[in-house]
Design a protein around this ligand. Structure first.
Ligand code: SF4
Ligand code: SF4
Length: 315
């Protein structure tokens, strides 16, 4: 028995997770004061994603050309010759050749280049959050893992949640819901609360706007609500998923969920991530779509409440 414990401890110590960023003192991602750990990597590519730096499970350069002093040090330093100067004299990263080594960011004296992604051991990540345990205790808060999609790094996230539970820390996860049944089931056992998105009920539209089918997601949501308190989040994207037919289907689906279903949260589209697309050298496809007005959000809330559901706007 003792040798099994030693083996499992050694396995935990050898695990490494790729984290996009850590946000302390968060108040919209579960009860109380929380630390949110954003993991890198997501199986979906939602066209409204506000965290594009979490989509890829790799180290990436965030290139803030507004801060650049045009010294050229990064061009000299890059071992892959992936940094170039454009005709407009702007620094460009050739993402096809960049391997995420981080040398350019270390070299830049103007802090115009920053790496998205940091590797942590379970102990290292726990060390980052444990200083805030007194705040969790006083506020009935805890730790939330989000992303990206936490289930893309299942062993690491499970080990980290286990570590939190050993210290009696409340655990929550924000998920897109797409994971194999095996991974999904095993992570549920380490959660006190789950937030999971429903983006569209119609499979072909879901495929078109997120890049993946919704079948496994809907099955996972159903299963989760039988095991752990679950809040459904619907990103409200005008013209994509806010029509009555889709909302009625979503409400009917929610009405038949398990006993641990808590409520629906309607999250209006925002453009806060737009600048990150530019810094990652990507196009933001939704810049012309206006966020829904407060009146529109209220109408949608009332419409869904008519199905007998607990619905709120925002998280
Ligand atoms: S992260 Fe490394 S490979 Fe990528 S651009 Fe910077 S120095 Fe070059
Ligand atoms: S090292 Fe920094 S300031 Fe100099 S050119 Fe590169 S990004 Fe710009």
């Amino acid at each position: 028995m003792e040798s099994e414990n030693v083996a499992s401890r050694e396995k935990m110590e050898s695990l490494c997770g790729l984290v996009a960023n850590i946000e302390p003192f968060a108040i919209h991602d579960g009860p109380g004061i929380r630390t949110v750990v954003f993991m890198k990597g997501c199986p979906l590519k939602c066209i409204w994603c506000s965290s594009p730096h979490t989509q890829n499970k790799i180290m990436e350069v965030i290139n803030d050309t507004d801060k650049c002093g045009k010294c050229g040090a990064c061009i000299e330093a890059c071992p892959k010759k992936a940094v170039q100067r454009s005709e407009e004299e702007e620094i460009r990263i050739d993402r096809n050749h960049c391997d995420g080594c981080g040398v350019c960011a270390e070299t830049c004296a103007y802090q115009a280049l920053e790496m998205s992604g940091k590797r942590y051991t379970v102990d290292g990540l726990f060390h980052e959050i444990e200083k805030d345990i007194p705040f969790y205790r006083r506020s009935n808060g805890g730790v939330t893992v989000g992303g990206g999609e936490p289930t893309m790094q299942p062993d690491f996230v499970t080990a980290f949640l286990t570590r939190c539970k050993e210290q009696h820390i409340h655990t929550a996860m924000e998920s897109c819901g797409l994971a194999t049944q095996k991974i999904w089931t095993s992570i549920m056992d380490h959660l006190d609360l789950l937030y999971v998105d429903i983006k569209h009920m119609q499979e072909d539209i879901h495929q078109r706007i997120t890049g993946a089918s919704n079948r496994q997601i809907l099955a996972n949501v159903q299963m989760a609500t039988e095991r752990v308190p679950t809040i459904l989040r619907i990103p409200v994207i005008p013209g994509l998923n806010d029509d009555q037919d889709n909302l009625a289907r979503t409400a009917q689906f929610a009405s038949n969920l398990g006993r641990n279903f808590v409520r629906i949260e309607l999250l209006p589209l925002h453009h806060l991530g737009e600048d990150l697309y530019r810094k990652l050298g990507r196009e933001y496809p939704l810049s012309d779509v206006h966020p829904p007005t407060e009146e529109r959000m209220l109408d949608l809330k009332i419409y869904m409440k008519n199905f007998g559901l607990n619905v709120q706007i925002g998280g």
